[in-house]
Each structure stands twice: as C-alpha cells, then as structure tokens.
Write a protein that binds this ligand. Structure first.
Ligand SMILES: C[S@@+](CC[C@H](N)C(=O)[O-])C[C@H]1O[C@@H](n2cnc3c(N)ncnc32)[C@H](O)[C@@H]1O
Length: 211
C-alpha cells in the first residue's frame, strides 16, 4: 500500500483490460455468504480494488462502503456495480490517512491488502475499531509460503516475504476479537490474470463481542 506498493502501480494495473483479480467475489465471502446475508446490514471493504467483493456484498443486500487509493479501481467498481444493478459508496483515500469511522460496520472484508509488517498491526487495529458490536472481520491473503508459489506459478502477491501473512501474526493482530475460523493451505486460484494458479492462502474470520 502507500507504505509498500505505490498508487501509480495500482492505477496502471486497474487500467488494463478485464479485471485483474476477476469480477467474482473471494471464495471466503462466497463460503460465508448465507451467514453474511442473515447477520449483516453494513459493510466496509478497505483496499477494495476493482470492487469484486464490494459489489458482491451489495448484491447480498448490504449497504457497502468501498475505500481504495486508486481512482481507477473505484471507477471500475462503479461500472461493475451498475452492471449488476446495485450501488456501492466509493471513497478515494489512503487507508493510512483516512478518518476511520468507529463502531459502525457489521462487516469488514479485507482481501489481499498486504502491507509491510511494521504497519500491518496498525491497519488491522482500524478494522477492529470500525466494527459495530457483534461485527465480523473477513480477511484473506497469501502466506509466506507464497514466495515459492510465485516463483513457480506466478500466482500473485507481493514478492516480499515481509508483506505476506503468518497465522501467528494475524492471530496477534486480532487478539481482541474472537476467532471464528483461521485456515491456511494451498489452493488453486482462478481469480483473473494476477491471481491464477496454485497459491498459499490464509483465510480468517473474527467477530467482535456483541452488546
Ligand atoms: C492486491 S489489490 C487487492 C484488491 C481487492 N481487495 C481484491 O482482492 O480484488 C490491493 C489493493 O490495495 C489498494 N491500496 C494500496 N495501498 C492503499 C492505501 N494506502 N490505501 C487504500 N488502498 C490501497 C490498491 O489500490 C489495490 O486496490
């Protein structure tokens, strides 16, 4: 992110034809979609890219706010939302400078928002604080094993082990929340040209204590 990969990189990637990470939602959100639809009304999607997850959550009936540093990604989000007949509120902002709302959202969906380890716990603390009581964090990304899978299969992620996840780090970042699920393993991605092939993934769900 700005404290990692610069905005210009993302604008260029999102200006290419098609959807860099596909226009279908992450498998994590797909897998939990019944629970999301029956428990959540509002969602925040930080580092929302071209909007695949924000639009999916809007299709489930949620009131969705998508925040990204790339205006090109947000334009593609608006186009995808219009194509699907839903609306998503888009905000162009640097997540490290944004005035994060507190105790507001029923769900935060963070997919592949990899940042340097020095700033990752701070970013993740905003996810927790922005949740309403009873709210959910859904987080997906690459584990440190992805370095080997990138080399072999070009299946995505930052080429810097410092920006990749470990289960231990993610548990530590969200230690104030309850762990509902945390899975790591190898799976074959089919999510557009930059997320295709065998990959080392982490998927986690945490909840904030209710009222
Ligand atoms: C690998 S992409 C993931 C996009 C999306 N979550 C997905 O899975 O399709 C990382 C995203 O982080 C965004 N990003 C990077 N730095 C950011 C920052 N400082 N503030 C907000 N968004 C940022 C990029 O513009 C890009 O959309």
């Amino acid at each position: 992110m700005s404290q990692g990969i610069p905005k210009e990189f993302w604008d260029a990637r999102f200006s290419e034809d098609g959807f860099a990470y596909g226009d279908r939602p992450s498998r994590l959100l797909l897998g939990w979609s019944d629970l999301i639809a029956s428990n959540c009304k509002t969602a925040l999607v930080p580092a929302s890219g071209q909007g695949r997850d924000a639009v999916f959550l809007a299709e489930l009936g949620l009131d969705v706010t998508a925040v990204d540093i790339s205006p090109v990604g947000l334009e593609r989000t608006a186009e995808l939302a219009a194509r699907k007949g839903v609306s998503v509120k888009t905000i162009e902002a640097d997540l490290f400078a944004w005035a994060w709302p507190e105790a507001k959202f029923d769900l935060v969906a963070s997919m592949f928002a990899h940042v340097p380890s020095a700033v990752r716990p701070h970013l993740h603390s905003h996810f927790s604080k922005s949740l309403a009581p009873g709210g959910f964090v859904f987080l997906e990304g690459f584990t440190q094993d992805q370095i080997g899978y990138q080399e072999k299969y070009q299946s995505g992620g930052p080429p810097d082990v410092d920006m990749l996840y470990s289960a231990e780090d993610i548990r530590s970042d969200f230690e104030g929340l309850r762990e509902e699920s945390l899975l790591t393993g190898i799976e074959r991605l089919e999510e557009g040209p930059y997320h295709t092939g065998p990959a080392a993934l982490l998927r986690a769900v945490f909840t904030k204590a209710g009222n």
